[in-house]
Design a protein around this ligand. Structure first.
Ligand code: KIV
Ligand code: NA
Length: 265
């Protein structure tokens, strides 16, 4: 088995095939998704909220990204692993972006990196691609800009839609191999998808993008509290894990675990 490459991703667009992407933050979960045939795994900086207990993605560091990206690479045999460049690791300019991306490629072994912004990240994207690092772009709601954008639908209205399309075309022209569209109207995402040769990956962007991505903890029902309307819960792992923990606790307190079969003499 060889890993999925950006060439396979390009070929899927030419053939009109849709594909799924999931986030992963550890080797074990990544191995489950790899065996399930998920072709692209994103080590998202959503690890900040999901895995590290931060309130936003903003505090996530390159060290944290590198450590968890390496775990996901070790846990997979087939998936293309994409690592997010965290906030503050590429905004200073292309040279900083290259230094950060190089770390994820060399120390963690990711096959591609993702960064937020279209036109505003164009010089970064160009230099990384020149250096041989595939870049996935992230447009629409870009959570690293929560302090200016908030968490609401982006690209509503003619002007904003036009800007989004321009950003997507800029990313493509700079050499990005795919574009994430987060929280944008379905009609705008469909138009961007038709206008690009590279695939679009939607999250809260309707049914007409080339691929779909979900944060895995939302997808398996592990996330506590309110989840965004655009996610779908395919399992209830929060319930399952909680029930298992309670059953274990009850058996320990009641003296029914361990039994003879768990015991050495
Ligand atoms: O960090 C993340 O999980 C992401 C996806 C939502 C695209 O960037
Ligand atoms: Na992200």
């Amino acid at each position: 088995t060889r890993r999925v490459t950006v060439h396979d991703i390009a070929a899927a667009k030419r053939r009109g095939e849709k594909w799924p992407m999931l986030t992963a933050y550890d080797a074990m979960t990544a191995s489950v998704f790899d065996e399930a045939g998920i072709p692209v795994m994103l080590v998202g900086d959503s690890m900040g909220n999901v895995h590290l207990g931060y309130e936003t993605t903003v505090p996530v560091t390159l060290d944290e990204m590198t450590m968890l990206s390496a775990a996901v690479v070790r846990g997979t045999k087939r998936a293309l692993v994409v690592g997010d460049l965290p906030f503050g690791s590429y905004q200073e300019g292309p040279v900083q972006a290259l230094r950060s991306a190089t770390r994820l490629v060399k120390d963690a072994g990711v096959g591609a990196v993702k960064l937020e912004g279209g036109a505003r990240s164009l010089p970064q994207t160009e230099l990384l691609v020149q250096a041989g690092i595939p870049v996935m772009s992230h447009l629409g709601l870009t959570p690293q800009s929560v302090n200016t954008l908030g968490y609401r639908v982006q690209g509503r209205g003619d002007e904003a839609a036009h800007r989004l399309l321009h950003d997507a075309k800029s990313a493509q022209a700079a050499g990005a191999f795919a574009v994430v569209l987060e929280l944008v109207p379905a009609e705008v995402a469909a138009e961007v998808t038709r206008s690009l040769d590279i695939p679009t990956i939607g999250i809260g962007a309707g049914p007409d993008t080339d691929a779909q991505v979900l944060v895995y903890t939302d997808m398996v029902g592990l996330t506590g509290g309110k989840v965004p309307r655009f996610t779908k819960q395919y399992a209830n792992l929060r319930q399952t894990l909680g029930d298992a923990a309670k059953a274990f606790a009850d058996e320990v307190v009641g003296g029914t675990f361990p039994q003879e079969e768990h015991t050495f003499h």
